[in-house]
Design a protein. Sequence first.
Length: 207
Amino acid sequence: MADLRIEPHPLLRAAGFVSTFAQPLGLTSPPPWLADLLRIDAPAQVHRSEALRTAVRDMLRHGGYKPTGRGKPASEYLVRAAEEGGLRSINTAVDACNVVSLHSGFPISVIDLDTAQPPLHIAIAAPGTSYVFNPAGQEIDVSGLVCLHDAAGPCGNAVKDAQRTKTSDRTVRTLSVLWGCAGFESELEAARSWYSELLEKAGASVR
């Protein structure tokens, strides 16, 4: 990830990698074993904790963002959704992201690398910054939130990724960013490693 610049942040510990799929995501179905891991009680190599949940929120607050309510970390949303009704399978790239985020407690962004506009960098979004995050056109205000940026602006973060760079049936290459935090470096590496293993088992190449 030498081509992904990360601006200094005292609490952020990010990890990332690029995945390449043999075919566009829309031409294959996620393997059943991967969809099974979307269960809240599924066996996993990583485990979330209350201490990590608190540390993630503290990291996101550093720039002035308030990670509460509808703006809470995506990993917390996944836990609640899995407990209340279960998580639906979407595609191999998103399923692997959601599995690792659900069980590790780290929020994770996954974007279509071919729809992003280089150069890429991670930095706190400027005041007054927002973007559309779903097909309905709803926007999220990301002012003060540490985000993945491309040449067009913020496109991903620990809360909601931008609609313009989300995966689709045409996606072949993805960039995943695990939003880790200081004090949980070993847990972050374990999550990154398991994430890579799941994608490779599903037939993707990871670097």
